[in-house]
Design a protein around this ligand. Structure first.
Ligand code: TXA
Ligand code: MG
Length: 340
């Protein structure tokens, strides 16, 4: 696609610019906005032609459905069939980093759902996102605002890199609070099926349902039945090959130091002991929140080092939001893990 749009980049969104962005998105334009997870590339979810522009701007396969962003949990009534568990989830986690899959109503077109009879809904807590949604008073269909296959953007510089010239407006919201995309759940009677891990953790979900089932693509490679179609694609990948090392502190350091030309993604505690070409820490070993916030930035940063062909990343903890860090990293690595 040609990058021929004169993109307006709003570095300090105020009431006036958010209101103009709301008009733009209502009238069929593309607006990138910050959320508490990652930046979203938004279009009017009730306008099929506007939604098609999202796929073109990202280079995204059209069999991968989009999330509808709403100003309040109750707005879901307009677009899908809700139930008691939905409202239990809403009471605990909305607004916030949770997406729920529900049966769709007829007003939502195939461009949003990629032909499925369900639709994903989420109510972001980020203030700019919320004001945009409230003023536009439409559901905003939005994937992460990266070019398809690249790491999701968590800072406005990432958005400008990928989307300048492809969208009408970019609203800056500084660094995203969580840094990994929302938790996605599907409701199956009284059970919750976790399709994508995020900042709303398994422990959090268990406060709403005693039956939380981990979907197949959370730990493993796509096997033909990924419940969230997006989980089957190669994702988040920098240009270099990523390999995860499942190793003790000492074994990790010895392994990478014998490969001085490699790139390394590690923890703060490791950096002083590593002598490789480019070393990026994603935070303290025991701080999964910090690792979540830093991971996509780290993966992107390696793309400016053409001479690095392989990146070794330390296996993160899978507790809490750590499961989301692990899930994104194994996807970036194409499931390449070496156990030492
Ligand atoms: O945090 C987030 O969720 C961000 C921000 C912008 O809100 N959005 C985001 O969107 O991550 P995207 O398009 O990059 O990922 C949406 C995921 C995809 O894996 C897609 O397959 C899945 O949600 N999805 C969407 N609708 C679905 C449905 N009806 N059934 C199952 N999975 C669905
Ligand atoms: Mg995405």
């Amino acid at each position: 696609m040609l990058k021929n749009i004169d993109t307006q980049i709003i570095m300090t969104p105020d009431a006036d610019s958010i209101s103009r962005a709301a008009e733009t998105v209502k009238n069929g334009g593309l607006v990138v906005f910050p959320t508490e997870t990652v930046y979203g590339l938004g279009a009017n979810g009730l306008d099929g032609n506007a939604v098609k522009k999202i796929y073109a701007a990202k280079g995204r396969p059209s069999d991968n459905p989009l999330i509808l962003h709403l100003a309040s949990p109750e707005q879901a009534e307009r677009y899908c069939y809700t139930n008691d568990i939905y409202y239990e989830l809403a009471k605990r986690f909305m607004p916030g980093p949770l997406t729920v899959i529900l049966k769709k109503k007829d007003c939502i077109g195939d461009e949003v759902t990629a032909g499925l009879d369900t639709v994903a809904v989420r109510v972001p807590s980020n203030d700019i996102a919320h004001r945009l949604l409230a003023l536009a008073d439409i559901p905003i269909a939005a994937p992460s605002a990266n070019l398809s296959g690249r790491p999701s953007p968590t800072r406005v510089e990432h958005v400008i890199e990928d989307m300048n010239g492809r969208v009408d407006v970019i609203l800056n919201g500084d660094e995203c609070l969580y840094g990994v995309e929302s938790t996605i759940v599907k409701i199956d009677d009284d059970a919750l099926i976790l399709l994508r891990p995020g900042a709303v953790t398994i422990e959090d979900l268990k406060t709403v349902s005693s039956s939380v089932i981990i979907g197949g693509s959370v730990f493993e490679q796509y096997n033909g039945i990924a419940e969230a179609p997006g989980m089957k694609y190669r994702h988040y990948a920098p240009k270099a090959r990523v390999i995860i090392l499942d190793a003790s502190d000492e074994a990790f350091i010895d392994y990478v130091n014998s490969r001085p030309d490699a790139g390394v993604i590690c923890f703060d505690e490791d950096t002083d002991n590593i002598e490789c070409k480019k070393v990026i820490s994603v935070g303290e070993k025991d701080n999964s929140e910090e690792q979540a916030r830093a991971l996509f930035s780290a993966l992107r940063e390696f793309d400016s080092f053409d001479e690095i062909a392989v990146i070794y990343a330390r296996m993160p903890s899978r507790d809490g939001i750590g499961l989301a860090v692990y899930n994104r990293l194994i996807k970036a690595a194409g499931f390449a893990v070496i156990k030492i």
